[in-house]
Design a protein around this ligand. Structure first.
Ligand SMILES: [Zn+2]
Length: 325
C-alpha cells in the first residue's frame, strides 16, 4: 500500500504450503510484492511494517537502500499488552493505571522526533523518570519533559518492585533497538482498514480455493481503492458527522469516529464492461477462459490435498519401516 495516497498498489496471495511454515508467509508476500513493484519500475524509498523478525533481517541484508520503519500502533499495542500483564502481578497494580498513558507516549515520541532515533530513544526512556515525578535530567537531546505543571498522580517509587518491572519492559533489548526506527509519520492503519474490507469479501470462516481467494483479494483491492479516500459526511446544517463507539479494550471509554460519505461501486461497472468486451472478442466461454492470464497462472496444490498426501506418505513410510526393520 502507498501510505501517502492510501491506495493498494499490489496484492500477493501466499498459501501456507508454498513456504516452509506459516511464519514465513509474510516475508514471502513482501518479497513478491517488492519484486512486482520493481517490475513496474517504481522505487521504494521507505517501508513501514510491524516488527516481524524475518522481515527485519531481510530488509537489513537485502534492501539496505530502503529506510525500514516500524508501525507505531504495533509497537504501542505490544507495550500496552505487556504493561497490562505485569499490572496483574502482586505489588505492580500501579503499572495497570499507567499502561494507557505509557503506550500513548510511544505515539508522541514518534510524532515529535522527525525520525531522529536517538531523540526517540531518550524521549521513550524519559517515561521512567516521569512516572517517578522527575521531569528533567533525561538526556542531552531531551533534557526535560515538555508538559507544564501537573496535578498529583499515582507516582511510582524508584526502586520499588513495580518500578523494576516497568524498567524491564521500557528498556527491553529488542524494544530499545526497534523504537529508534518507529515510523515518524506514515503508519499502517490504512492497511488494517484494508484487512477489514478483505474480511468482508473473503470471510475467514469460509474456505476458498486459491483462484477464488485471489479473485476476492483483487475485488477487495478494487473496492478499497475506490473508497479509501472518502470525505467525512456532513449533516443538513453542514456540520461534520461523528459516531461514538465503546470498544471492549477501552473498558467503557468512548471513542469518536468520523462518519464517511456513502461508498461507491463504480468498479463493478468497469468489470461489467470488461466482461462484455470479452464476450464480444471470444466466441466461447472456454476460449475466453483460456485467454485469461489469471486462469493460466501456476497455482499451488490445495493445502488439504497436500496434507492428505503427506499423511499417506507418512503412513506408507511407517508401514515400510515396520516391515523392513
Ligand atoms: Zn514529565
Amino acid at each position: 500500500m502507498d501510505l501517502k495516497t492510501n491506495k493498494i498498489l499490489d496484492t500477493q496471495l501466499v498459501q501456507k504450503n508454498e513456504v516452509r511454515n506459516s511464519y514465513a508467509m509474510e516475508l514471502e508476500g513482501l518479497q513478491r510484492g517488492l519484486a512486482k513493484i520493481a517490475e513496474e519500475e517504481l522505487q521504494v524509498s521507505h517501508l513501514v511494517t510491524d516488527r516481524h523478525s524475518q522481515i527485519k533481517k531481510y530488509m537489513r541484508e537485502v534492501h539496505p537502500e530502503v529506510v525500514h520503519w516500524f508501525d507505531c500502533w504495533h509497537i504501542a499495542k505490544g507495550i500496552f499488552k505487556k504493561l497490562e500483564a505485569v499490572g496483574k502481578k502482586k505489588n505492580c497494580e500501579i503499572i495497570g493505571d499507567w499502561s494507557r498513558s505509557i503506550s500513548n507516549h510511544t505515539y508522541w515520541c514518534a510524532m515529535s522526533s522527525e525520525g531522529d532515533g536517538e531523540l526517540v530513544s531518550q524521549k521513550w526512556c524519559s517515561i521512567l523518570n516521569h512516572v517517578c515525578n522527575v521531569h528533567e535530567g533525561h538526556g542531552n537531546k531531551f533534557p526535560r519533559c515538555e508538559h507544564g505543571d501537573l496535578e498529583d498522580r499515582l507516582w511510582i517509587k524508584k526502586g520499588s518492585k513495580a518500578y523494576e518491572e516497568l524498567e524491564k519492559i521500557v528498556k527491553g533489548r529488542l524494544l530499545m533497538t526497534d523504537i529508534k526506527k518507529i515510523s515518524p509519520a506514515e503508519q499502517t492503519s490504512g492497511l488494517e482498514a484494508f484487512h477489514k474490507v478483505l474480511c468482508h469479501f473473503a470471510p475467514k470462516f469460509v474456505h476458498y480455493f486459491h483462484a477464488q481467494m485471489e479473485a476476492r483479494l483483487l475485488l477487495a483491492a478494487l473496492h478499497f481503492n475506490e473508497n479509501s479516500t472518502r470525505q467525512q459526511a456532513k449533516n443538513q446544517n453542514g456540520d461534520l458527522i461523528y459516531s461514538v463507539s465503546f470498544p471492549k479494550g477501552r473498558h467503557g471509554e468512548g471513542v469518536a469516529k468520523e462518519v464517511k460519505v456513502k461508498q461507491t461501486f463504480n468498479y463493478i461497472d468497469e468489470l461489467f464492461e470488461e466482461l462484455i468486451f470479452r464476450r464480444e472478442v471470444h466466441s466461447s466461454f472456454a476460449e475466453a477462459r483460456a485467454a485469461n492470464a489469471l486462469e493460466n497462472r501456476h497455482r499451488p496444490v490445495p493445502v488439504a490435498q497436500m496434507e492428505q498426501r503427506a499423511r499417506k506418505e507418512d503412513i506408507e513410510a511407517s508401514h515400510r519401516s515396520r516391515f523392513t526393520d
